[in-house]
Design a protein around this ligand. Structure first.
Ligand code: FAD
Length: 552
């Protein structure tokens, strides 16, 4: 048999690992190539919170949540807003993916030893109507062990395949081109990078030590998105979200450089929906950074008051946790690329979670005792308190006037007036006295507390922001944080890539973020969250299975 392997997988992130393990398990030989060192195995997924979109799971049912494929599909389509000719395959992927999340996904993972934290989170709650954006019910299932907990089963399978000789890793190999013979993609060529002892997630050197060429009957591109490359993010920034922000922080390591996207496109692959992206508006600068411009996303509960740079409360329903892109659009329309949370110690204690495995040592370390303290502790979790103390974007004061002075000093202007903020906060505070209200955000808080998961660990008891017994007051300056690429290479349901001429490119497959998590953009415009890791699992699996079958 010609070739160095049956299949080559570019990228040892989650999508690449899933694809490679499926190929090896089908008895085929696979080479997994990554520009980073072995210490970065698992790519972004290692750093993730491990949140997974599951539909009608036992965990949901135990918490009294009634979910179904139909309800989830309604939510998905309302969020995706598919409206383009090239949405044909993305929409098919969306339907198939929701079916996977409602059926096979949980058991498939469970059989590999994956487990879930029992309190299901409620991300992207929308706030418009039943057919618009958002999750009607909580569906965000955090992996027990967070990101490492979702990587582990696939790393284990990969190591077994490696031991049996069916899988080979080539770390510090950077692909620079795809090779095509007789119209079929049949290999890759690139640069061997010098060994680098940089810790996982840190930037590694790009110094070359040689070249390589490898051949196989098929190549799967699983190289991730563009979120670490701010030039590319700006270049593809959609006008519908306003101007690209001047200041952005990075929610992903440097290796999410988008370079392989350009290389694959240059080989003839059809990239669609490149203007669809998923960036967060609740980014804070990491006081203890791992990668350049390292930012962390706050996963906010519903109670913080949200103000734009000039001190206007964000309009309904743009409350914390409702509609990421709606918030991004609004914030960019203010002419500034930041906004503010104003909250109390009682709110931060119960409602602030930070996205990232390293920010959740209790869940990542699978420590039940530490995790239980989320419900009982007087303070916020340790990593949140550390941000409150050391984070450049946090201001903590005993009274509003001092808080506003600190906020203006931090942004280097005097846009905020204590009088304006006080007026709005006091008005909101008057709405707290009754269990009913006309303030939509306060209604939203009452709604959250009807869900036991939120009442336990995600939503503070309603109280007045200016009540000193809930203090001190806290302001957090929120930056725009780059993260996910929603567009990608157009593929059929077997993850086979279409060429720019509309025909399948023989030998070429794409999976994970590079494929827009399937089909070239199965999320459409918006995500329901927890759908990215799941998209890597689903598209990685289909690419691996289809490629293994095709190579005979
Ligand atoms: C902090 C954080 C929290 C997150 N939380 C969640 C969550 O809770 N739920 C969720 O669903 N999603 C979450 N995500 C998103 C999710 O983790 C990613 O979208 C997903 O892991 C992407 O996987 P991938 O395999 O497609 O790409 P990657 O993980 O980016 O892997 C791609 C690999 O390809 C390699 N590569 C790239 N180009 C080349 C080249 N030319 N040659 C050789 N190798 C190359 C890279 O070095 C990298 O190792 C989070 C992400 C982060 C960073």
């Amino acid at each position: 048999m010609a070739g160095d392997a049956d299949v080559i997988v570019v990228g040892a992130g989650l999508a690449g690992l899933v694809a490679a393990t499926e190929i090896a398990d089908a008895g085929k030989r696979v080479i997994v190539i990554d520009q980073e060192g072995e210490q970065s195995l698992g790519g972004q997924a290692f750093w993730s919170l491990g949140g997974l979109f599951l539909v009608n799971s036992p965990a949901q049912r135990r918490l009294g949540i009634r979910d179904s494929y139909d309800l989830a599909l309604q939510d998905w389509m309302g969020s995706a807003g598919f409206d383009r000719d090239e949405d044909l395959w993305p929409k098919r992927w969306a339907e198939a993916y929701v079916a996977f999340a409602a059926d096979e996904k949980r058991e498939w993972l469970r059989a590999m030893g994956h487990r879930i934290f029992p309190v299901v989170g409620w991300a992207e709650r929308g706030g418009y109507d039943a057919m618009s954006h958002g999750n009607s019910v909580p569906r965000f299932h955090v992996s027990w062990g967070t990101g490492p907990g979702i990587v582990a089963p696939f790393e284990r399978r990969a190591r077994q395949a490696q031991a049996s000789g069916r899988l080979t890793f080539r770390f510090r190999h950077r692909v620079d081109a795809l090779t095509i013979t007789g119209g079929s993609v049949d290999g890759v060529s690139g640069t061997i990078l010098q060994p680098d002892s940089a810790e996982r997630g840190e930037s590694s050197s790009r110094k070359a030590s040689g070249d390589f060429t490898l051949h196989a009957q098929a190549v799967i591109v699983a190289s991730g998105g563009i979120g670490g490359n701010h030039d590319l993010v700006r270049q593809n920034w959609p006008k519908r979200l306003g101007e690209a922000p001047n200041n952005m922080i990075s929610g992903v390591p440097d290796h999410v450089d988008g370079r392989m996207i350009g290389i694959t496109e240059a080989a003839g692959a059809r990239l669609i929906n490149r203007d669809r992206m998923w960036h967060y508006v609740e980014g804070i600068r990491n006081w203890n950074p791992i990668w350049p411009r390292h930012g962390i996303r706050i996963l906010p509960g519903p109670s913080s008051m949200w103000f734009d740079a000039k001190g206007q409360r964000l309009p309904s329903p743009l409350f914390p946790g409702s509609d990421t892109l709606g918030q991004l659009h609004y914030i960019m329309s203010t002419g500034y690329d930041y906004s503010w949370f104003v909250l109390t110690q009682s709110i931060i204690r119960k409602e602030f979670a930070l996205s990232g495995s390293e920010q959740n040592p209790d869940l990542t370390g699978k420590n039940w005792l530490m995790t239980a303290r989320r419900a009982t502790n007087k303070g916020a979790p340790g990593p949140v308190e550390a941000f409150k103390t050391h984070g450049a974007d946090f201001i903590v004061r005993d009274n509003l006037a001092d808080l506003v002075t600190g906020m203006n000093a931090l942004s280097g202007n005097d846009l905020l007036k204590t009088r304006d903020l006080r007026l709005q906060i006091e008005a909101r505070d008057r709405e707290i006295a009754n269990p009913f209200t006309k303030d939509n955000q306060v209604m939203n808080i009452h709604n959250s507390r009807r869900y036991i998961g939120d009442r336990l660990i995600r939503t503070a008891k309603p109280h007045q922001i200016l009540d000193p017994s809930h203090g001190p007051l806290i302001a957090v300056k929120l930056n725009i944080l780059t993260r996910k690429t929603l567009g990608g290479f157009e593929t059929d349901l077997d993850s086979r890539v279409f060429g720019s001429n509309g025909q399948i490119m023989p030998g070429l497959y794409a999976a994970g973020e590079a494929a827009g998590f399937g089909g070239g953009g199965m999320h459409g415009y918006r995500s329901l969250e927890g759908t990215f890791l799941g998209g890597c699992l689903f598209s990685g699996r289909s690419a691996g299975r289809a490629a293994a079958k095709a190579v005979g």
